[in-house]
Design a protein around this ligand. Sequence first.
Ligand SMILES: Nc1nc2c(c(=O)[nH]1)N[C@H]1C(S)=C(S)[C@@H](COP(=O)(O)OP(=O)(O)OC[C@H]3O[C@@H](n4cnc5c(=O)[nH]c(N)nc54)[C@H](O)[C@@H]3O)O[C@H]1N2
Ligand SMILES: Nc1nc2c(c(=O)[nH]1)N[C@H]1C(S)=C(S)[C@@H](COP(=O)(O)OP(=O)(O)OC[C@H]3O[C@@H](n4cnc5c(=O)[nH]c(N)nc54)[C@H](O)[C@@H]3O)O[C@H]1N2
Ligand code: SF4
Ligand SMILES: [Mo]
Length: 698
Amino acid sequence: MTVLTHYRTCNLCEAMCGLEISVDGSKIIKIEGDKNDPFSRGHICPKAVALKDIYEDNNRLKFPVKRTIHGWQQISWEEAFTEVISKIKYIQAKYGNNAIGMYQGNPSIHNLGTSMNSPAFAKALRTKNLFSATSADQLPHHFAAWQMFGHPMLMPIPDIDHTDYMLIIGGNPIASNGSIMSVPDVANRLKAIQKRGGKVIVIDPRFTETAAKADEHHFIRPGTDAFLLLAMINTLFAENLIALGILAEFTDGIEILRELSQPFAPEKVEKQTGISASTIRQLAYDFTKAKAAVCYGRVGVSVQVFGSIAQWLINAINVLTGNLDREGGAMFTAPAVDFLARAKAENKFNRWQSRVRKLPEFLGELPVATLAEEILTEGEGQIKAMITSCGNPVLSTPNGVQVDKALEQLEFMVAIDIYINETTRHAHIILPPATGLEVSHYDMTFHVLAVRNTAKYSEALFTKAEGAKYDWEIYQELAHRLNNSSDTPFTAEPPELKLDMGLQFGPYSLSLKQLKDNPHGIDLGALKPCLPQRLLTLDKRINIAPDLLVKDIDRLCRYLDDDALQNGFDYLLIGRRHLRDNNSWMHNAERLVKGRNRCTLMIHSADAKKLNLDSQSIVKVSSRVGAVELPIEITDHMMQGVVSMPHGYGHARKGVKLDIAAKYAGVSINDLTDEYILDELTGNAAFNNVAVRIERVG
Ligand SMILES: Nc1nc2c(c(=O)[nH]1)N[C@H]1C(S)=C(S)[C@@H](COP(=O)(O)OP(=O)(O)OC[C@H]3O[C@@H](n4cnc5c(=O)[nH]c(N)nc54)[C@H](O)[C@@H]3O)O[C@H]1N2
Ligand SMILES: Nc1nc2c(c(=O)[nH]1)N[C@H]1C(S)=C(S)[C@@H](COP(=O)(O)OP(=O)(O)OC[C@H]3O[C@@H](n4cnc5c(=O)[nH]c(N)nc54)[C@H](O)[C@@H]3O)O[C@H]1N2
Ligand code: SF4
Ligand SMILES: [Mo]
């Protein structure tokens, strides 16, 4: 036996953990954390080992397949490309360019070849109907960053390794390993805050795994974070705690913020938020008392009806207290490939609207909450064909049942994906790229969002299956065939060429060779202050009170004395993540799904009692759009009146070819979530504000 050791970055979540993989030929002996990775320092989570399962998974596709009346049949790449392109061209000629829709999912950003090449393909479609998981996730972060700092990717990242006070709102990094905060080994990094005398505070409707490690946890009613944040800002002004420091020299709009926070004294928001006025005041004091503090909000505050206001106010608190761009506060990265260096301020919002509901475009995309109706509603501009890439909108987007129905009636659908799942089963053709251990890797995006500047390139461990294609080959070929006549010669270009250039032009003048010579990665140091130079606003100033966001406060005010959030139902449903899940697509790895059923409805014991439920009960949960049945889990870790279930389950649909996931099918939370419950300003899905009824079954 000749055992070789391979080093690479795990591409499954945002944490970028370094892996040490021992292989004997094509056999993986073990996958461990790479202790010499300067960023992750040996940390991994259980999902990393599942890279082996994905590599070996018999359900994973390696060659194009076509859906026929006799089932799925393998076809050649040439036949697949020819048919896909001729169908796209036919449909665009018949109905117009907008008759093609495209949805791109989360792994797009976790794959070098896809992240660098799918945009050109999407552009070649010349359609306004582009969608992605962004509008089911972090869109409010981009919106607030663009409005305040001039660019959607200029998002401040918590300097977790140097802060003394970390206020975490709507994030559960112990389970998720951090997001818009690439932070491997987060548990130890949080513990280090406490060891140096600092504090970690969690605001969440559930007492989460992160809350369990924190110094304080406060329950909050889902969707009401904007009230809490305004009351904190109100306190900062009322108690003379505003201290911008050097930021004062280039920040505008302070007086507007003072005025608009006036009606939101802590006492005024107690009922809505469920947090006492004294606690809110204390949070504001403690935040300003700390040597360096950071307020960080993640998906729990993003996917709610006031997601954009909340992300804006989180940034605002960091600015008002002088904690933006300060060591231990919220900082900006200096990545080795710096695509922001040449970026400029431009309008990227509401340049067009969706056809049916007139939802606004942002960053060239429309909100995914409108996808199904754009397919189902007849008339000029109706979507007749779809391309999905790295995405599973049937399980991941609001009112998944309707998305399912919509995809079923398309004239044509192509999926660029590695599995036949809830979404791709509707495709006529699936184009599967090589993935995981078969591809090289560099995190274009997550180095921009990391708590420390590092750079790392990973070579492919295994060669792809013979005759298989890389993602960059697929996207480039598709784009080429759309843009050129069939006799124009073409060879695909590996992403390494552009990566090498990006590194050389970057702030550290690195090269691909240097990264190859350093397989554990290169440490480029802690985050450093960079304002006002780094700002991308036209006037190089921070706008702490952007008009669009200020105007949206009127909408918020309508909820102040009102129970509109409950929509007449008794319970609010929120989501949750578990360390062993990865959105919808990793339930086909036995080692991650075995054991206790995780697809349960968590409910507080007092609520269970009210509903006459015991620990063995199955409940029917219904919302405006649908109903599901699932077992409950009684726990006082839930806020009363709030229930939680994970997303990404619901694999029992007909035609799904995921043998292991089928045994742990569960039900989909997005059969309950509502495509009309949105952050109305941006159209982002508000998964966490779905009101539901709960009944005992049997
Ligand atoms: N209710 C509720 N819904 C949610 C959320 C929530 O918290 N609550 N979270 C939202 C969030 S944050 C997100 S990001 C979205 C995710 O939404 P999606 O991105 O739509 O869903 P995923 O489950 O990540 O699906 C990934 C797809 O990519 C495929 N895939 C995996 N690897 C590769 C690859 O290398 N190449 C290709 N081509 N395909 C690959 C998988 O087979 C799968 O089909 O879900 C959102 N939905
Ligand atoms: N293991 C694992 N890791 C993942 C993923 C995964 O599916 N599994 N998905 C990846 C993806 S795509 C993303 S975007 C990230 C997300 O990373 P996180 O944002 O850390 O994800 P969650 O664990 O969903 O944490 C959201 C928290 O918000 C809380 N919450 C819900 N509603 C509200 C509210 O109205 N207000 C407040 N204050 N809190 C609320 C929830 O209870 C939950 O604890 O995780 C990534 N990492
Ligand atoms: S935390 Fe994320 S990056 Fe690290 S091993 Fe787990 S899945 Fe991979
Ligand atoms: Mo996400």
